[in-house]
Design a protein around this ligand. Structure first.
Ligand code: SF4
Length: 308
């Protein structure tokens, strides 16, 4: 199963269409990595241009990147707060064109007032709009979440179905939203192709595809299915924290030796460290209620809406 969704906001990828295999690369600084996995940053940069690498070499490099990222982000997880499939479905719809943090700061009030699909399906739209206003596009999002709640009540007995073909029949629920729910609330392996995923896999030259569906297929073919969900988390976390759209922090990147796009961003280690976001830059992650493993690793929860 392959997953696609849009998440973080406002990050355009100016280099997304470029294939920038450089003939000469600077070796990244040894102490560049801010995370647990620092050894990789001291290795030599990839010696063979990926444009000329074999299929076998590509698979090896891709899987090695995933392994390195798993060591950097051992606690990577979905960054939308949810306690059941219904909450994840609604939160995913709300996450379009805004950050997961903003959604997490908004949904507690929504789910406190409308805890079930029955409650939300019968809600006064104006009252829902007021709650969702901070998420942007609040009128359209209000229509979507009330509409999908009505669909759940009318067709599925108020339960979120665990099948793709059922989920996509709900108003406002496309494949990408359906796969997020299946992957993270039902435990079905899936690749989440959001804006970060698209940008990073092209930078890594895992695929030259630009269409999300084709990216799903191409990247999915590089990994065993059992890796898909965690792979998605690793890539998205790296995109949010280090390999940003406009200014990737190459000088602080633990997988620089494996990346053909090294040098697209800031290579000076000290300057690169200042570009890091969320907990890697000293700020909390996006969840108000992060998993225990994240807290045990020193992560901190995001502040609720309105907190100083
Ligand atoms: S931060 Fe730079 S070196 Fe690291 S993955 Fe992104 S482009 Fe490659």
């Amino acid at each position: 199963m392959v997953v696609r969704r849009d998440s973080a906001v406002g990050e355009q990828d100016p280099g997304s269409g470029k294939k920038t295999v450089k003939t000469e690369k600077k070796v990244p600084a040894k102490k560049a990595a801010p995370a647990k996995k620092t050894a990789a940053a001291s290795a030599a940069v990839a010696k063979k241009p990926p444009s000329g690498e074999s299929r076998t070499a590509l698979v090896r490099r891709a899987r090695r990147i995933n392994r390195e990222l798993a060591e950097v982000y051992p606690y990577a997880h979905p960054e939308l707060d949810f306690e059941n499939p219904f909450q994840l479905l609604v939160a995913t719809v709300l996450s379009a064109q805004t950050t997961d943090l903003r959604v997490n700061q908004t949904t507690p009030a929504l789910f406190a007032k409308y805890p079930t699909p029955e409650d939300l399906s019968a809600a006064n739209p104006e009252e829902v709009e007021e709650i969702l206003r901070p998420c942007g596009f609040f009128r359209a999002k209000t229509r979507s979440v009330i509409g999908l709640s009505q669909g759940l009540v009318e067709r599925f007995g108020g339960e979120v179905p665990g099948r793709l073909e059922d989920l996509v029949k709900l108003p406002g629920v496309g494949r990408k939203t359906a796969f997020v729910v299946l992957g993270n609330a039902f435990g079905r392996p899936g690749i989440t192709v959001d804006t970060h995923f698209q940008r990073l896999v092209r930078r890594w030259q895992w695929t030259e595809e630009t269409d999300p569906d084709k990216i799903e297929a191409a990247v999915g073919a590089l990994f065993p299915k059992s890796d898909w969900t965690d792979l998605s988390h690793h890539v998205i976390w790296h995109g949010r924290r280090i390999c940003h759209a406009r200014k990737p922090a190459c000088g602080a990147c633990p997988i620089a030796p494996l990346c053909p796009a090294y040098g697209e961003g800031e290579t000076d280690p000290e300057k690169a460290k200042k570009l890091l976001k969320y907990e890697k830059g000293g700020f909390p992650g996006q969840r108000l209620k992060p998993p225990q493993a994240y807290l045990d690793a020193g992560g901190t929860a995001a502040p609720p809406l309105g907190a100083a």
